[in-house]
Design a protein around this ligand. Sequence first.
Ligand code: SF4
Length: 446
Amino acid sequence: GRRQPCTPLSGGQRLLRVAGCGVRTHREGDLLQLAHYRRILEATGWCSGGVPVAGIIGTDEILIRQGRPVLGRNRTHRPGDLKHLVISWANLGAKRLRTFARTASSGWRYRSSLERYDHEFAFRLRIAEIAARRTGSPDDPDPRVRPIVVHECESCPWWVACKPQLNDDDLSLRIDKARLDVHEITVLRSMGISTITDLACTDVEQLLPTYLPEVQHRPGAENRLRLAAERADMLAHGIAVKKTSVGPIELPAQGYSIDLDIETSAAARVYLWGFLVNDPDDDSGPHYVSFSRFEDLGHAGERALAEEAATWLVEQLTAHPEAKVYHYSDYEVVHIRRIARKSASPSLRELAQNWTRTNFFDLFPVVQKNFFGVHGLGLKKLAHNGAGFNWRDEDPGGLNSQCWFAEAVHGPNHEVRAGFATRVLEYNEDDVRATRALRAWMRTLS
Ligand code: SF4
């Protein structure tokens, strides 16, 4: 029911109100940054009076349909085209951020971006004041805070100073999946629980009466703590993945099968289709087949490549109607159907409409149903930690492969481009081999 005020970037100072959308409060970092600018402008005498509004330039496009502004997508959009982008106005004084509040009966209350900012800034001032009084003498005051690992640490220049202050088994350092937030870690530390061993050796039931009232800002705080405790226990015992179900895992019968994995560019275009063909009658073992284009693909290029790959795959499936095509998550099927919608290719359409329903098999739901992973259930983690599979690349990952693809297309010379193309192809081949290793491993478990 909200009507977000916006101003077109290209439309003078006209104010639009877009129904059904608003500035997202979970982007708290953006709002705090705007509050920071507001306070700087105030301090330097440049701030306007009135309601404290601030503008965010987003990537959503606002179109005018039947005289009304609506969220939409300009199909003729080109990079650098600002025509449909807007400044969204956020009221920094509106109380919309859910925050911890010890004195509230619920344990939390809504505060405005400016209130949140002022609280955090005052806290940082106290930290700095105490740090400035520490001179290395025995009478120094204790530091006001100890580091807690958060997402930003990965790129923070202070990491070299913070890391030595952390126990190697610090909870925030070791638990990197469904990570507890700063406040949750602070509460646990105040209860004497700092490391995975501390948490693993503690009865969660006994923690809850004291812990939960302190973390009411977090929906699902109890479940988050239970999962953290389970992860702590596994880490303390050196277990990366464990089976949570009893009995064998149900998988399709073995036989002629194909493992499939696609790679997409940063522009979300599928530029590589990789298949591992497993033919029980072929004594030479599984073999890798790929269809790729190392160039900047538009709609037409991506479609042509997909049609080529689909034609080959439909031929295999027609010759082996019982064959299964294994993939990990619905990513492949989503892209096949997306590309097929605009394609006239009978093979691609047949693949999207029929074969993906009858012969494709997504391994991820099976994994979700049967395993718990300390570091999550991504293919890399599970195939490595469970099935013992190793990628040839020292740093395999989807985001990395997008960088390699960019180098394969735009690298400075032929050698560099060819090197990165090979790296992507080997990475993709290892992905499909990992899928195969994963299902082979799952069949051995009882
Ligand atoms: S490295 Fe230290 S200062 Fe930087 S984000 Fe992490 S804890 Fe904070």
